[in-house]
Design a protein around this ligand. Sequence first.
Ligand code: NAG
Ligand code: NAG
Ligand code: NAG
Ligand code: NAG
Ligand code: NAG
Ligand code: NAG
Ligand code: NAG
Ligand code: NAG
Ligand code: NAG
Ligand code: NAG
Ligand code: NAG
Ligand code: NAG
Length: 792
Amino acid sequence: MAPYTTGRTLRVPVAVLLSSGFVCGQVNSSSSFDVLDYVDTFIGTSNGGHSFAGATLPFGMAKAVADTIGENQAGFAYDTTNVTGFSHMHDSGTGGSPSLGNFPIFVHPGCPGDSLDNCTWQQSDRATSWIQGSPKASPGYFGIALQNGVRAEMTVTNHSALYQFTFTNGSTDSFSPVVLVDLMDLPQSRTNGTASVDPSTGRLTGNGTFNPSFGIGSYDLHFCADVQGASVRDTGVWTNNRAGLGQTSVSLTSDGSNTPSTLSAGSFTRLHAPTANNTLFVRVGVSFISVEQACSNAEKEQPNFDFPGTVAAAEDVWRAKLDAFRVNADGVSTDLQKVFWSGMYRAMISPQDYTGENPLWESDEPYYDSYYCIWDSFRGVHQLLTLADPLSQSRMLRSLIDIYRHEGYLPDCRMSLCKGYTQGGSNADVLLTEALLKNISDIDWATAYEAVVKNAEVEPANWNVEGRGGLNSWKTLEYIPTDDFDPYGVGLHTRSISRTVEYAYDDFCISEIALRLGHQSDYEKYIQRATNWQNMFKDDQTSFIGGVDTNFTGFLQPRYPNGTWGYQDPIFCSPLLNFDSCYLNANGHETYEGSAWLYTFFVPQDMAALITRLGGSATFTSRLSYLHDSGLLYVGDEQAFLTVFQFHYSGRPALSTERAHFYIPSQFNTSTSGIPGNDDSGAMGSFAVLSMMGLYPVHGQDVYLINPPFFKEISIQNKVTGNVATIKNINFDPTYQSIYIQSAKRDGQPWTKNWITHDFFYEGGVLELELGPMESAWGTQDEDLPPSMSSQ
Ligand SMILES: *[C@@H]1O[C@H](CO)[C@@H](O)[C@H](O)[C@H]1NC(C)=O
Ligand SMILES: *[C@@H]1O[C@H](CO)[C@@H](O)[C@H](O)[C@H]1NC(C)=O
Ligand SMILES: *[C@@H]1O[C@H](CO)[C@@H](O)[C@H](O)[C@H]1NC(C)=O
Ligand SMILES: *[C@@H]1O[C@H](CO)[C@@H](O)[C@H](O)[C@H]1NC(C)=O
Ligand SMILES: *[C@@H]1O[C@H](CO)[C@@H](O)[C@H](O)[C@H]1NC(C)=O
Ligand SMILES: *[C@@H]1O[C@H](CO)[C@@H](O)[C@H](O)[C@H]1NC(C)=O
Ligand SMILES: *[C@@H]1O[C@H](CO)[C@@H](O)[C@H](O)[C@H]1NC(C)=O
Ligand SMILES: *[C@@H]1O[C@H](CO)[C@@H](O)[C@H](O)[C@H]1NC(C)=O
Ligand SMILES: *[C@@H]1O[C@H](CO)[C@@H](O)[C@H](O)[C@H]1NC(C)=O
Ligand SMILES: *[C@@H]1O[C@H](CO)[C@@H](O)[C@H](O)[C@H]1NC(C)=O
Ligand SMILES: *[C@@H]1O[C@H](CO)[C@@H](O)[C@H](O)[C@H]1NC(C)=O
Ligand SMILES: *[C@@H]1O[C@H](CO)[C@@H](O)[C@H](O)[C@H]1NC(C)=O
């Protein structure tokens, strides 16, 4: 059976273009260019990348894929062998428990001997190996073949999935397909649930109560599945590994303790042989509101079970979304182009648009979910969306502010309508600040300001899931002490170093909003607090690796409430020492998912002061190079991103460019294990795109650090203003020997600063970068460096 192939002839050119200078498929338009050919949705699906490989619309709620046994955080993983079902909602790239995967369906071609008891039902028994090489996927489409002779293909709309099952062993004597639904989810978190079946139509419906994969509380979800392509033979329910005809519903109730149950149960519809093509369609609507809404979502969005039409519609939506960026890819390998476009694609899977699906409060504002987590996405994902899709960025921030209105705090992580765990600071502060600086539209700034000030001032009862902890110490001691005394709220008393540097940066960001909204005394308060990182900087702290002095002195160190220094080896929790010891658990340490070596560089608000403190530009440059060369840095976690480009601050932009090429493609490539860590809702993907774009944004600031794009030319159209910003490499060398900027011109005038602001994208323009094979003096003078708060 040939896989479903996307119909090239159906493709309608997307022509929603605001600017006349921006009409072709690529900067160098070869008419055959289709950006979807450069999206490989399998990148990052093995070796712990946890990328979602299945069918989704941009930010869509329905995300259909085959669920496998293994590291199935996003359902399908390439390094697995067995499929347990097909489910309709997922997250992408996340690191907590597997997410969602509720109400998987599974299809048997028939039961051996035509006896229901000979079919497998529960998850562990029905698991079937998938045929290596069979998975095929592209934006809006996923297909896979199973050993039982079923080829499963799927596509989606915003709130429903459509499955096409083709039976390659169609004509055995027991050919009577069984479609079952299981009240389970991927993390096996269900407490209560009910599955029903309508004997006359075969419609399967139900609900369940589940737990979020990295947070607290529970959520209810509903589904509605309809079959087309075969007539109903009979229906029933099943539990464990036994099924019976006639009964129309099965309910599972947890005991009083609400302990999640691993009991598999559900309803089923048995069909006669399909009427055509050995093919059966199953359409599944989902809703957080009700079964009725799940059914109506499906009926409205896919009235006709039109598989090719739904795929084609999804493809067109993706083409339009990816259209803000255009590249001239002359000489650039197909693989690098795929790293770029696939990275952008993955940054547009989450947060998910659940507008109209939020049962928690009534609102006219958009509701997005799966901010999973802002700790990851504040360093790249939202910077990329600000460029590629500023309207969605605006809707996401409006939704964050609306969450504040109704939950009392901005989240730092949120999924499945529940509060997720905060990993460090209150980083929504950073997103909102950047949005103000970059002209993101339609934001209620008064409420946004109220929300960020609350983060900085009012400690929540449970600061594991919102706000910040230790605020009393933060205000009085001006650092987060180790062994803090904090009777004001409950949370994990770990991460004193990483929380201190993040809180300091968050306060810097708040000061930027205060300044612009005219709150002068707040501005002064928060700009002062932004220096608090200095209070954990121990000037005489040394660092040894394997007994050898690294010869760098001065690191962040833990401090007790009485001011006495504690000690954490500066390399602790780097790949060189106890790499896995700094997670979000009670015996985590003073840094989160990284070392004091790494966190000592986290002073984006005042790199000038940091450089002085570390001994000046030359010492800083060699220390930052050492971080990258020594094995101390793990680039698969988001705190690493900015360190790739911080050479700009010591007047060595050429070294940032070298580092970008050092990591791409060696750590970011097209293999299924082609990202160095969890994709974290597209964070790794966005890092690759922003690095290859050349202008790397400093999160929370109106600053892009200038490097040459990996392409001869790249253009970015602002979808709000219609203006186009173009970055051109003169003397472009696709072998990347000649990567050093010799001189730059912005709109024809010399540009000597090694950074540029967002007005370039907002107003449009041309930045020309002349390249050469050697580092030059361009961008190296003090007056060329990006801004720092202490030198303004
Ligand atoms: C466009 O691309 C083609 C094929 O890569 C190349 O031969 C041609 O020279 C390019 N044209 C321009 C104007 O760059
Ligand atoms: C099906 O199940 C029955 C018992 O219910 C058993 O006797 C029979 O051998 C099975 N048939 C096949 C083909 O496995
Ligand atoms: C996969 O399923 C096959 C049967 O199809 C079974 O023999 C095997 O043990 C399963 N493997 C895993 C990892 O579950
Ligand atoms: C279906 O066919 C495949 C090969 O085409 C075979 O390996 C498999 O056993 C068959 N399954 C059933 C249930 O007949
Ligand atoms: C899907 O949702 C997006 C917003 O996230 C919306 O723009 C789009 O129109 C929706 N698609 C359909 C077909 O309703
Ligand atoms: C599950 O149902 C039982 C009985 O109806 C109820 O007491 C319990 O609160 C429910 N649990 C959840 C998590 O909704
Ligand atoms: C699930 O459906 C059952 C049967 O319709 C109903 O009794 C129950 O209240 C529903 N639970 C939720 C959480 O909606
Ligand atoms: C069967 O397949 C053919 C060819 O792909 C298609 O034209 C026809 O619509 C299909 N029939 C059904 C009922 O899906
Ligand atoms: C630090 O300096 C000492 C003495 O000059 C030298 O032996 C050692 O190799 C240096 N360490 C590193 C990592 O270069
Ligand atoms: C400060 O507190 C730490 C930890 O409780 C203790 O070990 C140390 O002796 C104290 N230092 C002073 C000067 O009291
Ligand atoms: C691709 O990236 C992965 C993950 O970062 C890395 O382990 C692998 O070595 C890279 N492969 C190539 C060919 O560079
Ligand atoms: C913000 O918008 C104003 C007014 O349209 C414009 O002049 C300015 O350049 C924009 N700034 C940025 C950073 O986009």
